[in-house]
Design a protein around this ligand. Structure first.
Ligand code: SAH
Ligand code: SF4
Length: 355
């Protein structure tokens, strides 16, 4: 049986009449976190029964969770076919300035979601890649990660949060389901998470970047660049053979970006590999003419990686060089390092590990 969360509102409207029932249904699913159709009291009894015969609601269960010292929480979800995947709730300090001069400190929430179990792309530095590819997640399995996390943390339905598609998997390798998930998330009758609060991170699947762009959904784009010359990039990311740096840049230039936004370039800094100023200079050249911001990421070392975390001073020099050239550049805090919830550390856990 399929989860009802796999469907966008317009897909459901084609099956369920009258249309306003679908609105009500969306309210129950995404704002009241209903777990059974019986709970949906304003739907006719008969409709509740029909829906229960055709669909399940929640396609995943929380199998384990781990809290990091920095407040981030990593969730291990079990899917109905026994596979598992992870998502992370990241809490950052946020400040709100009010007209009356008062200042409020509210945590800013970001949920890092998975789009596949495993990944086909096989980047040399990535822990997810080590487990190979298992399967795509359905739209409902993507959406339910955020809903389960909101519910588990008692976050009100209208609590603003951001979504980054940076968990397990390559989102653009599961484009159709990704697009449906984005649409469900942004639906004002559903989770109402504006597309501008959603960021799709990709290793650079050129063709799919064009396709996603042509949908003009309003999502933000992040490119995992990590290297500025093709030889090194191919070594780190085999996808570079299919879409080299130039091809990725061309695709980025064609992507529709909100006038107030920039494309994010993620640059994983690895000690002795890509952390020198020569690379920084080349990066500046590459980004010429693109409304870009750069996010430098400390490589998170793990036992079998064969790569090392960069020195802080090299990171600082790299960042300062970019800033001196007028490029917006941040260094990503390594959230959740102590619980392996940081970038590239998500992987499917076998039962023994998660208990
Ligand atoms: N597949 C997509 C999204 C998931 S990976 C992509 O590659 O963009 C999310 C980010 O984590 C990517 O930028 C990825 O390059 C980075 N990453 C992978 N392994 C890492 C590691 N060991 N340390 C730090 N970041 C890593
Ligand atoms: Fe896949 Fe992204 Fe990991 Fe590369 S970095 S293997 S694309 S999840």
């Amino acid at each position: 049986m399929q989860s009802i969360m796999d469907f966008t509102k317009s897909e459901l409207e084609a099956q369920i009449q009258p249309k306003f029932r679908v609105k009500q249904l969306f309210g129950w699913l995404y704002n009241r976190y209903a777990e059974s159709f019986e709970q949906m009291q304003n739907l006719p009894k008969k409709m509740q029964q029909q829906l229960a015969e055709e669909f399940i609601i929640n396609p995943l269960q929380i199998a384990a969770k781990q809290q990091s010292k920095d407040g981030s929480i990593k969730y291990l979800f079990k899917l109905r076919d026994g596979h598992s995947m992870e998502a992370v709730l990241l809490k950052m300090r946020g400040t709100e300035y009010h007209e009356d001069g008062s200042i409020k400190h509210l945590p800013r929430y970001t949920v890092c979601v998975s789009t596949q179990v495993g990944c086909k792309v096989g980047c040399a530095f990535c822990l997810t890649a080590k487990g190979g590819f298992v399967r795509d997640l359905t739209p409902g399995e993507i959406v339910a990660q955020v809903i389960a996390i909101k519910k588990d943390n008692g976050l009100e339905a209208n609590r603003k949060l951001n979504i980054v598609y940076m968990g397990m998997g390559e989102p653009l390798d599961n484009l159709e389901n990704l697009i449906k998930a984005i649409e469900i998330f942004k639906d004002p009758d559903g989770p109402a998470i504006a597309a501008g609060r959603q960021t799709v991170s990709t290793s650079g699947l050129g063709k799919q970047i064009y396709k996603l762009g042509s949908k003009d959904l309003g999502v933000n784009l992040a490119i995992s660049l990590h290297a500025v010359d093709d030889e090194l990039r191919t070594k780190l990311m085999p996808i570079n053979k299919a879409y080299n740096i130039e091809a990725v840049m061309e695709a980025v230039k064609a992507f529709p970006i909100n006038a107030r936004k920039r494309v994010m370039f993620e640059y994983l800094v690895i000690k002795g590999v890509n952390d020198d100023l020569k690379a920084a200079k080349k990066l500046v050249k590459l980004l010429h003419g693109i409304k870009a911001k750069v996010n430098l990421i400390y490589f998170n070392a793990y036992d079998e990686s064969g790569f090392q975390r960069p020195e802080e001073k090299d990171m600082v020099n790299f960042q300062e060089f970019l800033l001196s050239k007028g490029i917006t550049c941040t260094v990503r805090e390594s959230k959740g390092l102590d619980i392996s919830a940081a970038c590239g550390q998500l992987r499917e856990q076998k039962d023994e590990e998660s208990q």
